[in-house]
Design a protein around this ligand. Structure first.
Ligand SMILES: NC(=O)c1ccc[n+]([C@@H]2O[C@H](COP(=O)([O-])OP(=O)(O)OC[C@H]3O[C@@H](n4cnc5c(N)ncnc54)[C@H](OP(=O)(O)O)[C@@H]3O)[C@@H](O)[C@H]2O)c1
Length: 280
């Protein structure tokens, strides 16, 4: 049997790392890409312990580097097909909108939005010629609900949502499915690093300092409820194997209810609830 080939971006940690392993376990040949190959040792070791090393090629891709993406595409000619692209690479810039610099917003979009678009543009011609393929874009509940103190991240994920809706309809006639995964909060590096990704965070003289302290207090209380990234990896595998996947898959504690309530309630009621929850 010829294995299907899956490409995963951002495989050095978090969702990407576990999804590479789960896809390999499910029989995919996986091209695990990362922007820092010095981080590959742990993944290699774990794959080896499951006898999966031969099923995985680890390649360098920084999604903000078109050159690295082009090199990956050249290497793809050795595979019979490219069946799945998981656009997973991403990070979060924290900080209140007034204090996040435009440069920080740009960097956020370079990876989460333009990087995802560049990978998609590079792989689509292969899938279009095959007249089959699936692209899964790792969005977030932050692509559906705006939260304070992460507007850069939220706006990047809203952009991914709109892009994917358009793309879904453009690609259907070619037999290519576009899917969004919309996780809630999971225990990965993304939030820890998010705090250090903005110059505005940690400034005690900021007019938003008390708001931030309250949000962080709430997040600390909810840390024990963070989900296990393995659940998201298993969802990716199940979506990869579905006959006719939907556009959106939400995952995480309370996420479906929160999104439902946001759409159901008039905005001013929703806003009052959020303000009371966060800043009371
Ligand atoms: N964890 C959550 O609660 C959550 C919820 C919803 C959505 N998400 C999304 O899930 C995706 C994966 O994040 P995660 O939670 O697994 O966090 P993570 O552990 O920090 O993983 C992020 C991955 O993206 C990589 N990356 C960042 N910038 C890159 C670039 N320019 N080129 C290539 N790779 C890059 C990182 O590489 P380095 O190791 O080199 O930094 C890392 O491998 C992100 O798109 C994130 O927005 C996460």
């Amino acid at each position: 049997m010829i294995n299907k080939t899956a490409i995963v971006t951002g495989s050095s940690s978090g969702f990407g790392y576990v999804t590479v392993i789960e896809l390999a376990k499910a029989g995919f040949h996986v091209v695990a890409t990362m922007r820092d190959l010095t981080k590959s040792a742990q993944l290699e070791q774990e794959l080896n312990s499951h006898n999966l090393l031969e099923q995985v090629d680890i390649e360098y891709v920084d999604v903000t580097s078109q050159e690295s993406i082009n090199k990956l595409v050249e290497k793809c000619s050795k595979y019979n097909s490219v069946d799945l692209l998981l656009n997973n690479a991403g990070f979060a810039v924290g900080g209140f909108a007034e204090e996040v610099t435009i440069d920080e917003y740009r960097k956020q979009f370079e990876t989460n939005v333009f990087g995802l678009m560049a990978m998609t543009q590079a792989i689509l011609p292969i899938m279009r010629k095959q007249r089959s393929g699936r692209i899964i874009n790792m969005s977030s509940v932050s692509g559906l609900i705006g939260f304070p103190s992460i507007s850069a991240y939220v706006s990047s994920k809203f952009a991914v949502e709109g892009y994917s809706e358009s793309l879904r309809i453009e690609c259907k006639p070619f037999g290519i499915d576009i899917v969004l995964i919309e996780p809630g909060s999971y225990a990965t590096n993304v939030w820890k690093e998010g705090r250090s990704n903005s110059t505005g965070i940690g400034n005690e003289d900021s007019p938003y300092a008390t708001h931030l302290a309250k949000i962080e207090e709430r997040l600390a209380k909810e840390e024990k409820n963070l989900g296990n990234p393995l659940d998201v990896a298993k969802l990716v595998v199940s979506v990869a194997n579905k006959h006719n996947p939907k556009l959106r898959y939400k995952i995480g504690k309370g996420i479906k209810m929160n999104v439902f309530m946001k759409h159901l309630l008039p905005w001013n009621i929703w806003e009052k609830i959020i303000l009371r929850l966060l800043y009371k």
